[in-house]
Design a protein around this ligand. Structure first.
Ligand code: PLP
Length: 286
């Protein structure tokens, strides 16, 4: 089945979908994006991602191209046309196409693209059951990682460092040795005292929508939470390490830089939170 993409008001074959060479997303990474997980053909955490999208656009003073309801129609139509039952839908909004000049152009309409793809959930389940490997690298990103911009080169380099070592994710750390987040995930540990820890969401990390959903589930699961950063060393000595994102839900890491975490198997808290998150995401998807 051939894939279909939405570009600026029209649906076209994925292989022929194009934007202008002077689109500011291409020229300057002057744009933002969102990723929704699609479960049973419906969008998980719909409102959370939409709210964060509008916040990212506002922070960069990019015009909001459509109402959330209209965008929702486009997202669902793209999912439908691609016959995605389980997978992801990707939305990118850039400031638009204009003659190349760093400062904002006037009279430019934002560019909007949407794509959707299937994901084999069974593969993710198998990986979560076995646990994945992680590596660590210094965080070399800018000071506004709370904005979900398409400027992802440091994240690309971090993920590539993981791949070259046969690992799934790269945890990045600041100049104090404190873990900020993963290349495309938020990072969590269950420390030696059994407390669940994740960095508080300030300007130096992305406020993950999956992270927010998990934070709400933690109390119901009876887990003690400590929203405080942790060092790479603490992660290596933790009982559990896991990462969260819309595309992977809750993914346990069973090694970091080759150091085994706990007994080298996914821990019970990650497993419980993964299950609780998926149940809730499926139930509330719209
Ligand atoms: N942190 C970064 C740097 C990310 O790129 C992502 C997802 O793309 C996340 C965290 C997780 O965010 P979410 O749970 O909203 O997918």
């Amino acid at each position: 089945m051939s894939r279909v993409a939405y570009v600026n008001g029209a649906y076209s074959p994925h292989s022929q979908a194009v934007v202008h060479i002077e689109d500011r997303g291409f020229q300057f990474a002057d744009g933002v994006y969102e990723v929704w997980s699609v479960l049973d053909g419906r969008l998980a955490d719909f409102d959370g991602h939409m709210t964060r999208l509008n916040r990212s656009l506002n922070e960069l003073k990019i015009e909001i191209p459509m109402t959330p309801a209209a965008l929702g129609v486009v997202l669902r139509e793209t999912v439908r046309r691609n016959r995605v039952r389980d997978g992801i839908v990707y939305l990118q909004v850039t400031r638009g196409a204009a003659a190349r000049d760093h400062a904002f152009p006037t009279d430019v309409a934002p560019s909007v693209i949407v794509t959707a793809k299937r994901i084999d959930l069974a593969r993710g389940e198998a990986m979560a059951a076995k646990g994945a490997a992680g590596v660590t690298r210094p965080d070399i990103r800018w000071g506004r990682c709370d904005i979900k911009t398409v400027g992802l080169l440091p994240n690309v380099l971090a993920k590539q460092a993981a791949r070259e070592r046969g690992a799934y994710e790269c945890l990045m750390y600041d100049e104090m040795g404190l873990v900020t987040e993963g290349a495309s995930t938020n990072a969590w540990i269950v420390d030696r005292e059994g407390r669940l820890r994740t960095r508080d969401a300030q300007a130096n990390i992305l406020r993950g929508i999956t992270r927010e959903a998990i934070l709400k589930l933690v109390a119901a699961e009876g887990v003690e939470l400590d929203e405080r950063p942790f060092t790479v060393e603490e992660a290596k000595q933790a009982r559990e390490v896991f990462v969260t994102a819309a595309s992977s839900f809750v993914m346990p890491l069973v090694s970091l830089d080759g150091v085994r975490i706990g007994d080298g198997k996914p821990g019970p808290i990650a497993a419980r939170l993964r299950q609780a998150y998926l149940e809730q995401a499926r139930r509330d998807a719209i």
